[in-house]
Design a protein around this ligand. Sequence first.
Ligand SMILES: [Zn+2]
Length: 512
Amino acid sequence: MFEVRDKDLAGRIGRLKTRHGVIETPYLFPVVDPRRQEVSLDELRSLGYNAIITNAYFLWKNRREEALNRGIHSLLGFDGIVMTDSGAYQVLQYGSIDVSPREIVEFQSSIGVDIGVILDLPTGASKDKKYAEHTVKETLRRARDASRIAVQGETLWVLPIQGGRFLDLVERSAAEASRIPGYSIFALGSPTPLMERYVFSLVVEMIHRARIHLDPSRPLHLFGAGHPMLIPIAVAMGVDLFDSASYILYARSGRYLTEHGTHRLDELSYFPCSCPVCSKHSPEELREMDAYERTRLLALHNLHVVRRVLGEVKQAIREGRLWELVEAYARSHPALYKAYQAMAGKGSWLEAMDPRVKGIVKGIFLYDCLSIMRPEVTRYRLFIKNTYTPRIPKDRILVLLPGDPEDKPFTASSIYYEARSLYGEAHYVFYTPFYGVVPQELDSAYPLSQYEAPVNPCRSVVREMVRDIGSYVERFQSAYKGIYAAYSPRLKWSLNACRSLSAKYNVRCVKL
Ligand SMILES: [Zn+2]
């Protein structure tokens, strides 16, 4: 039903099969309201959106007989993939709705939706832990109750994970949800107020806590998170599906979405975009249009941006560059940077999720103190720390050489040739920011010479490097006849490293 085609970090490109076709993930379902739809379903389709989401509760309330007689696809005039939400959002807004959980599940099944959601009890932004606990228990009870319907038929069913800001409850909810049969997709409620207040780091924590307990063979949907700037990091943490009404709600209030934030149409002199809408019109022209047409065009632009970001994310997954994409997006807003820090803090989890071999292998870009957390670097440093042992003849000396990020591979660098002419046969081990130590025999292994990094990185990266060399010397010093550490005045960090080594161990510091 769900097939993973490619992976990077916890993100993946997948294919979700439904009765009305295949969804390539990551994907965002545009929210459609049949009562008011400025962008037609045909237009959505031509923009690449072959799956939409609409509200089953409104249909049940206002057009029940028609929906039951005609089926959802004929009623909407759409032969693509239709997902329905069950009214949980209305529960959040109005407290309760006049349909039972079982009725709305049976209704979705009878009108032939491709993907249906049980009527969950959302935790929302509740700060009351007792209430949050109640929403977890009640949603799980309803999920068990609907499980009999979910295991039959061709509709794919979504089981929402509750708990909100209480991360222990999110974990418990996810762990128990995984044991209930019949559900093909999990969903995480992202409390709208957190999104509106830009508390993205908490959303990252919530996704992480849910993901560690959920079956990885089933996709994870993030409810109501449609701002394009949040998509890369959510995907990197393991989200496959999104839904959002932002494209149209923002358009109605004259807001223009970009990858890096939101603009008000009133404040724009130029469009920073080249989609068909922005190529044909100026902000001024749009401001002068009647409200309906303006909303329509802004919505089309917003949909273009979301599609562009999804494409960018998928290509980054293909190339193993999702970390770098998240890093670049993180500069859009301090709240997003904080979320990126939260993601970097899950480095070892991401390392375990990250595939070792990728389809396309490209060099990696390392920037700052957080780049050291990326899986490729973490994995290599763990290998050196836990597995690597030098295989060298007795009576060799160890020569520690600074590895210059701008002179790679290190075994072809000028400093290496110079050292060889001085010390001849020796075991040469490079020390370099980010990777720590690189023994000469590993120099050509990916990605030790396939990377770009600043020559003088931030202090914490240098500290980690000094720690790595220290632990190397500590473990293997008895295997060598003597130890020399060279420094180069060009590489500021090499003198510090040299000094700290000679102060602690029997290491001779020399200038090269
Ligand atoms: Zn545009």
